[in-house]
Design a protein around this ligand. Structure first.
Ligand code: SOE
Length: 386
């Protein structure tokens, strides 16, 4: 079979947490989701040569380079996967698109929307396949929530609420900047929890419930100064440590979002709930197989929240894994994302979320940060069609 497959030769830029998650997806996808395309780990690009070589050996990359420009321009590369800190996404994506490569980019798309607009323009001008790795859409219970909404089972939707809570930056001793800690450095990350965590919630929310038209937000930076890993100097912290916002969806429903890295005891609590006139649903990453569902049309004596264990063969993605009832995990959301990307290549369709759709998430993030400064409601300018 293998000889008829088309190779999809990947240049992976970066080798942190996401470099690992994506490399794992490239390795496994073909074993579980048959496709005409076979990803090939062609080139790993990273700055530290010894560590890059070790990563490449572990995952089976054929070549190692230290300059992303070289990786992007190579003739033996079909697709560029951007897993760098956020401040490099724009330049790499534009160069890759201009070189005619497909581009897969880690979230958030960009530092801000002026970069995002330039990226979308380059990608669309080049006409190359593209996607942004908002992976949580591909958790089977979240995909099932989308199916249930699209079937109209909730009726008119009134409320969407979401939280993404962590606690890993509470210590004032934690430095900002450098590997692993660039998320605390505004010059590398763009923003704090808004771009890093709420962007996930916003992507899922708009996918499930349509566009967000306006927001009012507040942010807080609890630790005002931190030592910078690279310079050794104590510097002002430019990111938002916590963010809360209210919003209006264009379908008339109200949104309520919260994210923080200061919720002691919560490591990655991503939760959402959606209330419609006929039914409600909620989902929690820490029990990721379960979709909680309440259907008001159930017989009243038996009516109550049911907890659907989304592991059966007719649940999204699950027939490609084990027998019904057996579970999968976080890393599978990336495998599903990639499987859908490969399918879109076969079908000649867009791979969601596209850069343009991820820009709509970025517009909400920008409006949230703007509102936190102005103290006013801010329009997002979102044109949601995804
Ligand atoms: C931050 O800690 C982080 O790793 C995000 O960057 C990821 O996008 C999120 O999925 C988990 O948390």
């Amino acid at each position: 079979m293998n000889h008829v497959k088309k190779e999809l030769r990947i240049a992976m830029i970066g080798y942190g947490f996401m470099g690992k998650a994506h490399s794992n997806a490239y390795k496994k996808v073909g074993h579980f989701f048959p496709s005409q395309y076979q990803p090939v780990l062609q080139v790993l690009c990273a700055r530290d040569p010894a560590r890059a070589k070790a990563f490449a050996d572990t995952w089976g990359y054929k070549h190692v380079v230290s300059d992303w420009r070289e990786a992007v321009m190579r003739d033996d590369v079909d697709a560029v996967d951007i897993c760098t800190p956020n401040n490099l996404h724009c330049e790499i994506a534009i160069a890759a698109a201009n070189a005619g490569k497909m581009v897969l980019c880690e979230k958030p798309l960009s530092m801000d929307n002026s970069d995002g607009e330039r990226m979308v323009a380059a990608i669309e001008k080049a006409g190359v396949a593209n996607t942004v790795w908002y992976n949580y859409r591909r958790i089977p219970a979240v995909t099932l929530a989308k199916q249930i909404i699209d079937e109209g089972r909730l009726g008119k939707i009134f409320h969407f609420r979401a939280q993404f809570l962590q606690d890993w930056t509470i210590s004032p001793e934690l430095p900002q900047g450098g590997e692993g800690l660039w998320r605390l450095d505004a010059s590398a990350a763009g923003s704090g929890v808004t771009g890093d965590l709420l962007a996930h919630c916003i992507d899922t929310a708009q996918w499930l419930n349509g566009g967000i038209s306006r927001v009012v937000a507040r942010t807080e930076t609890f630790i005002k100064q931190r030592k910078h890993t690279l310079t050794g100097n104590v510097q002002d912290v430019g990111i938002d440590d916590a963010c809360e916002f209210l919003c209006d969806f264009t379908n008339g429903s109200l949104g309520n979002f919260e994210s923080t890295r200061y919720a002691r005891g919560h490591k990655a609590k991503y939760f959402f709930e959606i209330n419609g006139e006929n039914a409600s649903m909620s989902w929690d990453l820490q029990d990721l197989h379960r979709l909680e569902f309440f259907d008001h049309s159930d017989e009243s004596r038996l009516r109550g929240w049911r907890s659907i264990h989304v592991t059966d063969g007719d649940h999204p993605y699950m027939k490609n894994w084990w027998v019904p009832g057996l579970t999968i995990g976080y890393e599978h959301s990336f495998i599903h994302h990639l499987a859908d990307f490969l399918k879109s290549l076969e079908d000649g369709t867009a791979a969601h979320p596209t850069f343009r759709e991820a820009l709509e998430t970025g517009k909400v993030c920008d409006a949230v940060l703007k509102s936190a400064k102005s103290g006013q409601w801010e329009a997002t300018g979102v044109k949601w069609s995804g």
